[in-house]
Write a protein that binds this ligand. Sequence first.
Ligand code: ARG
Length: 457
Amino acid sequence: MPVAARRAIAGSPETGTARTGAIIRSPIPMPEKIVLAYSGGLDTSVAVHWLRAERGYDVVTLTVDVGNEPDLEAIVAKAQRIGAVATRTIDARELFVRYFVFPALQAGAVYQNQYPLATALARPLIAKLLVDIAREEGAVAVAHGCTGKGNDQVRFDVGVASLAPDLRIVAPAREWGMTRQQEEDYARRHGVPLPQGGSPFSIDQNLWGRSIEAGDLEDPWVEPPEAAFAWTKPVDATPPQPRDVEIEFERGVPVALDDQRLEGVDLIATLTRVAGEHGIGRIDHVEDRVVGIKSREVYEAPAAVVLLAAHAAVEAMVLSREQLALKQRLAQEYAELIYTGRWFSAHHQDIAAYVQSTQRFVSGLVRVRLHRGSFRVVGRRSPHSLYQPALATYGQGDTFDAGAAVGFIQIWGLPLRTQARQQLIGYTEEPLAIATPQVDEPPKLDAPLQGKAGVQA
Ligand code: ARG
């Protein structure tokens, strides 16, 4: 709704004539302020204009650097040109690593065993910063550029609501119903600068990873074209020689790379470069979004995949079998809560307390070999290791009491022996067929042919 109409409905007369005949000017109502998460891309640029022209807000832009290498000067200039009343920028890389990336690494959070959650982890941080700036600016609302189909709208909306239930949330791209083409026309009509040389993909990136969607990737049968990748070399172009990196952890946090102590931001950036050079960290996944759609997602996350594996290698040395088992289950829950936008929740706080407790002995060194698009852990050690050579060895100095194994197995196998005697599984059924796939059975249903009987949303 245009501003004039909005104000008319609001019923604030801009001028009025008193009985005396003198003209009294009652103040023009101050436009309300909104803080928009601004990337400088087409959606959020059009949004700066739209929020003012169609909704009557004074727009404050907030651009957050989470390691996505934004050209802040250009972004600020653009926001001003489109009509933002104020432009704010925050270098949030350290906050991102410390409060979001490292906890997720410690938890081992990977969504659907594939996605290290880079985009998902940055959203609650941006939500928090939106709320902070909204308070500072005295804004009544915040805005983001997400569409109505993705996960990010959920994360922003729920994140903001969990921190500041009083703030209004506006998502222009969810409301305006414009196609990409219509947005470009809108931009041209209103002097909103169009981004130069746009990518054929939809991309979001930060220190922890790069998410690539749409364009040719929408066909899950089509291999991602090289143009989709920016951080990782194709295998053919990787060095022929393997490269070993040593990663040191202290209480579950990586603190050094090849003997060099590094702050989290630098450590991740360096490892991204090194592992990306060896073609590591490409992920190609058909993912289940929160809103119920399956979506083809491609990621590059060289540092994340290597760190997650290295961290797990230290944990395997220092955590007990039960700790590892519970932690693995919680890792899935942790990934779910990150993915679905429930970062600022009591549920998270509770799981995080357990995870933090598990990390107190997760210190040690891991050697990872990078070569030709893949990597593996080839060495690990920890001062708190539960791995005892004297117990594990098949050679000299074995202290394990093999005789005690007999009694242990006697008891361990007791219920199965009892059942075998009473129920005779081995005689009444074919033991070899206990788990055989039913390959000879005809399928119950014919799969609908693609494009003919496919279910439409
Ligand atoms: N599927 C990922 C997620 O939900 C990435 C979304 C990235 N957004 C984008 N514009 N490419 O976290």
